[in-house]
Write a protein that binds this ligand. Structure first.
Ligand code: HEM
Length: 472
């Protein structure tokens, strides 16, 4: 019974709606309050259309991690949260070939695609940040980092020419907004009305149409080459468009389906990566000079010895730790892991969670818990570098891409983010380039305040960071 699980906020049928409205503006406080009161057990918080049960202890998290999709479903939770039927379309979950491409082709080819990604990062920084030596220029960090991340990732998704199209970032931003707005709006209404509202909303201007106008002819051309010469053709470049065509089933092998998957991959990657990176940039801009010196020393030494390669980026342990620590204290989602019980679930500590309940993990409270992280509230850039400074070698389990029951910014378990290896590589390469080639600071030396909206902790969207080119 849900009623036996303790509640944060009002408990009654009608008053819980008040709690749900409060949750929109105070999700962080409510999740934290529940964590402090019920740590070791579970508690529930009200959303507009349902309760969410929040799990707090590593043993239960480990237990949940081992459940199958049939018992504890990622897809069913996503279906509810994003109203997939009316936003992406059901076919996206029935045949998730875009996720297969991320898990397989993209992740396996990181070393091959690295030179193009690195080139795009260097060019994008030059275009977006007009910095000079001996002179500071102020740049709106959020917007600038979004543009650079968009170009760098889309260089690999859709290729050199298209990734530089000025419209691209705008199309993606609109799509994300459309999906989130539609899903949020629909969740305010009873399920029985969804088909009607869904039909009304489909009149909204379609990002897919814009995306097809932008990419359609390139995808069509690629489909023709594929049909004529097959996947091994030298005319099929190493990018996500080619890989999508390669792995898709006959019925998906068309421009509409491929463009939709490109939109969805950007939906999964763009805001997450650029927000995560901007959080790290703000930490860098207020870091003590010693931190900067140690980062520069490492990046200089490694790239002098190995050049700019994927494997060189894997040897930047201090930088890896810096980004991981930034993600620990400034994660972009308070509940990045959400699942739905498909049958009644009894945990070994006796707690019973009824069927069709959303279950989430109290990720940010755990990331900030003294029990798991010493001085948990302080940003310690090299926290994850084992035996630093002498040993200076990051242990595998401490890496940015490894998840654990105490580190879940990329989720956890079988459905943990498949894009995290790519995201980690882009963020490291961007940060290594930035640290080596620019000085950065904020005017008053204080980290710009985060901006919370429901579950999302966005880095400040309007703050400016000052950039100055370093001597070569
Ligand atoms: C810093 C950047 C990123 C963060 C913080 C992030 C975070 C997450 C999280 C929390 C999940 C859900 C995991 C779970 O429930 O256990 C997820 C899923 C996913 N992410 Fe990411 N992500 C990032 C970048 C990316 C990138 C760059 C891509 C694509 C290249 C990507 C593609 C996906 C996909 C396709 C899923 C769904 C996986 C599935 O259906 O099993 N993500 N991500």
């Amino acid at each position: 019974e849900l009623s036996s699980i303790p509640t944060v906020g009002p408990r009654g049928y009608f008053s819980s709606y008040y709690g749900a409205v409060r949750f929109i503006g105070h999700a962080r406080e409510m999740i934290q309050e529940g964590y402090e009161k019920f740590k070791g057990g579970v508690y529930k918080v009200p959303m507009v259309d349902r309760w969410v049960v929040v799990v707090t202890d590593p043993d239960s998290i480990d237990e949940l991690r081992k459940k199958t999709e049939e018992e504890l479903s990622f897809d069913q939770a996503t279906k509810d949260l994003l109203r997939v039927e009316y936003t992406f379309g059901n076919e996206v979950q029935l045949n998730p070939y875009h996720a297969m491409v991320v898990r397989n082709q993209l992740t396996r080819r990181l070393a091959d695609i690295f030179p193009a990604m690195h080139e795009e990062i260097v060019l994008a920084f030059n275009d977006v940040i007009p910095a000079q030596q001996n002179e500071w220029v102020a740049v709106t960090a959020y917007e600038a980092m979004m543009l650079i991340t968009c170009r760098a990732s889309n260089r690999i998704f859709i290729g050199e020419d298209l990734c530089r199209e000025p419209e691209l970032a705008d199309i993606q931003a609109n799509f994300a907004l459309q999906v989130v707005m539609r899903a949020t709006l629909m969740n305010f209404f009873p399920k029985i009305l969804h088909p009607i509202i869904g039909r009304l909303l489909t009149n909204a201007p379609s990002s897919l149409q814009r995306c097809m106008t932008l990419l359609g002819s390139v995808v069509e051309e690629r489909l023709r080459i594929f049909a004529r010469d097959g996947p091994e053709s030298a005319e099929m470049p190493d990018d996500v468009i080619s890989w999508l065509i390669e792995v898709s089933k006959e019925e998906d092998r068309n421009a509409r389906s491929v463009c939709l998957r490109i939109l969805i991959l950007n939906f999964a990657s763009l805001h997450t990566s650029s927000q995560t990176f901007t959080h790290a940039l703000y930490h860098l801009a207020v870091a003590d000079p010693n931190t900067l010196t140690l980062l520069r020393e490492e990046i200089q030494t490694v790239t002098d010895a190995e050049g700019w390669t994927k494997s060189a980026m894997s040897n930047l342990w201090r930088l890896d730790s810096f980004l991981k620590e930034s993600q620990r204290v400034s994660g972009t989602s308070i509940l990045p892991v959400v699942r739905k019980t498909m049958k009644t679930m009894t945990l070994s500590n006796g707690i019973v969670i009824p069927t069709h309940t959303h279950v989430a993990i109290a990720t940010i409270p755990i990331h900030r818990d003294e029990q798991y992280y010493e001085n948990a509230d302080s940003f310690q850039p090299f926290r994850f570098v084992k035996s630093w400074p002498e040993g200076d070698e990051g242990s595998l389990s401490q890496q940015l891409v490894s998840t654990s029951s105490c580190y879940m910014a990329f989720g956890h378990g079988q459905r943990a983010c498949p894009g995290r290896f790519f995201a980690s590589l882009i963020m490291k390469t961007m940060m290594a380039h930035l640290v080596l080639h620019y000085d950065v600071k904020v005017e008053d030396g204080i980290r710009p305040p985060d901006q919370w909206m429901m579950m999302n902790c966005s880095p400040n969207r309007t703050a400016k960071v000052l950039f100055r080119k370093r001597q070569a």
